[in-house]
Design a protein around this ligand. Sequence first.
Ligand code: NCD
Length: 327
Amino acid sequence: MARNPKGPATWTRRHLLGIRELTRGELETILARSADCKKTPPDPKTLRGRRLLTFFAESSTRTRTSFGIAARALGAEVIDLSPAGSSLSKGESLRDTAQTIDAMGVDYAVVRHGASGAPHLVAAAIRGSVVNAGDGSNEHPTQALLDLFTIRERLGRLTGLKIALVGDILHSRVARSNIWAHRLLGNAVTLVGPATLMPRAIETTGAVVTHDFDAAIPEHDVIVMLRLQLERQRAGLFPSTEEYSKLYGLTRERLGRVRKGAIVMHPGPMNRGWEIASESADGPESAILDQVRNGIFVRMAVLSLLNQARSVHPENRMPLTREAEPI
Ligand code: NCD
């Protein structure tokens, strides 16, 4: 991908809360740093003396582990906090929890929460940096970044592409972050799914909506399958999972009709047999495990850039862990 000459030479943000607020230059800065991290292991002293907290109020396999691996590789001390075992379950407000985290000298908080905007609230309450690891159905910026990184690795380019996001768009923060990212890059995005799983007015983002997966399949370079987020659905938004997979599942038959050279992606966790058949998840078109592998490099890049921003903006200097109050 060509570097944008108008892009910033340095990264100056203290937080990564969403793709929507990024410039194309910033997006490219993260991807370039991710490639550096993949090529040469970064300095393990980069985050020495820094404390990173993963605060996940929703379950996670990939994202939390990936941030932990990335942060440790950069030399940070990593602490995991699960709300089930924290005072949030005793009724403490998110703001009070955030202030408590701050008083403990946390330099980085990686936050996942069921409520859209929760990481933004934490960002306003702490002196450290916040990375949004998924907030409600709003954004999941590092997922979109690792998706872009993987697309470039597999297809050799990141522009002039046709991207299909398929399935439960309504509840998907991955879809939203991907829409913003591809809009920055000028790629064509098609949203495929039943009308009941399509957010109202989503076309205002520039994406095109279709309910016809069969017609869309051969038209796209990248097919991103999304998990049916049954835990976020209050009422039945489709008749049955069998019905759903008949219309919107990436079955073996549909896989046979993807464009030559196209790739299949899924952020995980997958519901095999519902939105994706095993043949599609495990075949040569699948980039799903590449996404997982690349997530570590992208998170290393994000953490090291946020760390760098501290010296750009001394007023944003966070408490070093050695200045932390005794617990
Ligand atoms: C996604 C999430 O939690 O938003 N998973 C992930 O982080 N890889 C997608 C999902 O849960 O369906």
